[in-house]
Write a protein that binds this ligand. Sequence first.
Ligand code: ZN
Length: 136
Amino acid sequence: MSDLASLMPPLDETNRPYWEGLRARVIRLPRCEACGRFRLHDTRYCPHCGSDRSEWATLSGRGRLWARCVFHQVYFEAFRDRVPYGVVIVELEEGVRVYSNLTGTENTMDVPIGAALEAEFEAISDDATLLKFRPA
Ligand SMILES: [Zn+2]
């Protein structure tokens, strides 16, 4: 098991469709049944209308770079050997913003804010696949 796989949360009904989606190489998130907007899987109530009703739906995997930085500090022991590494916030086409890392570039800071990105899926164990993005 990779050191990163040790950071995986226990799966339950609130996150299983998300992590199983990544294993199947798609992004699945809850879509609000009241207003139709997507939200993160660890959010019980819709941040837009407050409803707790949602259904799982598949997103396009396309987005734009919303923010980027480089971590020089060891915030997680499992990442010690990777420092320094880039961390980004991607605004998906459907409006949700997710934390991730970029692939396909030597330096995260070289990719301009607003750049078109597409999802990539990195399997780190039999059970765990991470969501990454590359310039489209
Ligand atoms: Zn809503």
